[in-house]
Each structure stands twice: as C-alpha cells, then as structure tokens.
Design a protein around this ligand. Structure first.
Ligand SMILES: Cc1cc2nc3c(=O)[nH]c(=O)nc-3n(C[C@H](O)[C@H](O)[C@H](O)COP(=O)(O)O)c2cc1C
Length: 141
C-alpha cells in the first residue's frame, strides 16, 4: 500500500505519528482542530486525529495536491515534534468521508489498550500502521 505521494494525482492518504510539544494545553488543542477543520474543508481533506500519552496519530485523506500542501505545513508546525510517516499512498475510497477532522483521545478510546488486546504486532512498521488504522476505524463516535 505504501508509495510516495510525489507523483500521485488522485485520492491519497497519509498516516503519521508525532509527539505533542511538551506543555501543549487544551486551548492549543482546540486551536489546532479549528484551523485543521477550516483548511481541510477548503482543500477537500477528511480524516482523524488521535491524541494519547503525548503522541498524535493522524490519518489525512483527499486530493494528493491538498495532502502535499498540508504535509508541508505540518512539517513546519512547532506544536509537534518527531514527525514520522507510518504509511502513505493512493486510496480507492475515503475512510472518514464525514469528518473534516475527527478527534479522539484516551478518554474516548485507547490505542495502547487496543494494541495490548489485539494480535497486531507493533514491531513491523506495516503491521503497526495497519493496527493504528484498524483502531481508528473501529472507534465509535
Ligand atoms: C497535530 C496537528 C494536526 C494538524 N492537522 C491539520 C489538518 O488536518 N489540516 C490542516 O490544514 N492543518 C492541520 N494542522 C495545522 C497545520 O500544521 C498548520 O498550522 C495549518 O494548516 C496552517 O498552515 P500554515 O501555517 O502553513 O499556513 C495540524 C497541526 C497539528 C500540530
């Protein structure tokens, strides 16, 4: 599934993990979500963001041009560090069609608990990325 976004024309996705800047508070979180939703609306992007134990996991999907634009913003955003792409590539259909950016945190559902309960391996990157997506898609909001 993984491929580079550089040459992609149609619908694509990016899944990444980053760590929240230490001290990032609720107000800053609301600010991130407000900007994200406004801009995603303009750019035709949908997806979800999960925040747990100081980590962000985000799935973004939409036109490849829009993804490239937002990715460059994300890479320069000092509200998170240690940005790491877990998976990216072409997509046949959207997984979060109705969400400009769904948000979840540990109170809603725990990724760490999900991994502890599941058979998914966290050792291999592709299994890890697949587990994160399965968790995200399984959250009932
Ligand atoms: C964890 C996190 C998730 C974000 N998600 C999005 C997003 O989904 N869409 C978006 O446009 N910006 C998102 N942002 C904000 C961008 O990094 C950036 O601040 C914003 O798009 C404005 O871009 P600009 O500063 O290049 O003008 C996110 C920021 C953080 C820290």
């Amino acid at each position: 599934m993984t491929s580079n976004l550089d040459d992609l024309q149609g619908l694509g996705f990016v899944l990444y993990r980053s760590s929240a800047r230490p001290g990032l508070d609720g107000a800053a979180m609301q600010d991130i979500l407000r900007t994200a939703r406004q801009r995603n609306q303009l750019l035709g992007l949908t997806g979800c963001l999960h925040h747990e134990d100081g980590l962000f996991f985000q799935w973004l999907e939409g036109p490849a041009d829009s993804l490239r634009l937002v990715l460059s913003s994300l890479l320069n955003d000092e509200r998170h560090l240690e940005f790491e792409i877990l998976d990216q590539g072409a997509l046949d259909h959207r997984r979060f069609q109705d969400w400009r950016m769904r948000f979840s945190d540990r109170d809603r559902a725990s990724l760490m608990d999900w991994f502890a309960r599941s058979d998914s391996s966290t050792v291999h990157r592709s299994d890890y990325a697949g587990g994160v997506v399965a968790f995200m898609m399984g959250i009932d909001i």
